[in-house]
Design a protein around this ligand. Structure first.
Ligand SMILES: NC(=O)c1ccc[n+]([C@@H]2O[C@H](COP(=O)([O-])OP(=O)(O)OC[C@H]3O[C@@H](n4cnc5c(N)ncnc54)[C@H](OP(=O)(O)O)[C@@H]3O)[C@@H](O)[C@H]2O)c1
Length: 242
């Protein structure tokens, strides 16, 4: 039974990833910040029993990462889905209320931008490094970075929301740089976009359900092969220009 580790597995796309991999007979290490509050995830676990392991992990907390690594010295991870992420500039958020869509960088919230970089860029990159020994034990290891269509430099020409867009564009560059190092270890690395999806982050007006995004991404990830390491895929399987 192959093993997938998913970050931010308690809600949204991470929860949907947990379900689809468990349904397809994967062992799922479902990581989340506060397992005691992850009631839906715990409910899903009752259906799949020991196939799902819930692990407490704030991806920015080195102690949580060390704890996982210390308890999993001989574990093999076949697939790492770096899903956890934030968009503090969402409609209705505190940052949105104070800045709105103001595109003037003189008025931008740079603390929020730094925090976004920490969570969306530094944490998944660092976590991947710590989990590399576990990925190296797999014959077909893949690392997935949850990116976004609006991280595409070629497709995006729109002021504002600097934090989220730059964090995901930089994450794409991690795929093209860290990816080359992982390639030498026979680990493939991909950026993927779920498209605009109805979750807490995507909001209620997004065109599709998280199940639609994850069904598409499950197929994309399954078919993404080592020869194409370093690619950026949409959930419908089409390549997205960088
Ligand atoms: N929804 C969209 O339209 C869309 C589009 C493009 C890309 N994406 C990307 O897809 C991924 C999932 O998005 P989503 O829509 O499912 O978002 P979501 O519903 O807001 O869920 C975000 C998840 O990330 C977790 N998280 C945030 N900070 C964390 C941290 N420091 N440590 C561990 N977990 C943390 C949250 O945990 P808590 O519950 O503890 O906060 C939650 O489980 C993100 O990377 C996002 O950027 C989403």
């Amino acid at each position: 039974m192959p093993t997938v580790l998913i970050t931010g597995a308690n809600r949204g796309l991470g929860l949907e990833f947990t379900k689809i991999y468990a349904e397809n007979k994967w062992k799922v290490i479902a990581c989340c910040r506060t397992p005691e509050k992850a009631s839906v995830l715990k409910q899903i676990k009752t259906e799949f029993d020991s196939q799902i392991i819930i692990f407490k992990m704030d991806i920015c907390n080195q102690k949580d990462i060390d704890d996982f690594c210390n308890k999993n010295r001989t574990t093999t991870i076949d697939l790492l889905i770096n899903n956890a992420g934030v968009q503090f500039e969402n409609y209705g958020s505190a940052a949105y209320e104070s800045m709105g869509e103001d595109p003037n960088p003189a008025n931008y919230d740079y603390e929020m931008w730094a925090e976004t970089m920490k969570i969306n860029l530094f944490a998944p990159t660092k976590l991947t490094g710590h989990l590399t020994p576990m990925l190296e034990r797999s014959d077909n290891a893949k690392v997935i970075m949850l990116s976004s269509g609006i991280a595409s430099l070629e497709n995006t020409w729109q002021a504002g929301r600097y934090a989220y867009k730059t964090s995901k564009a930089a994450l794409n560059m991690v795929v093209r740089t860290l990816g080359e190092w992982l390639q030498t270890k026979k680990i493939a690395t991909f950026a993927v976009s779920p498209g605009w999806t109805r979750t807490d982050m995507g909001g209620p007006n997004a065109p599709h359900h998280s199940r639609t995004a994850v069904v598409g991404l499950y197929k994309v990830i399954l078919e993404a092969d080592f020869a194409n390491t370093g690619s950026f895929y949409n959930f419908d399987g089409k390549k997205i220009p960088w």
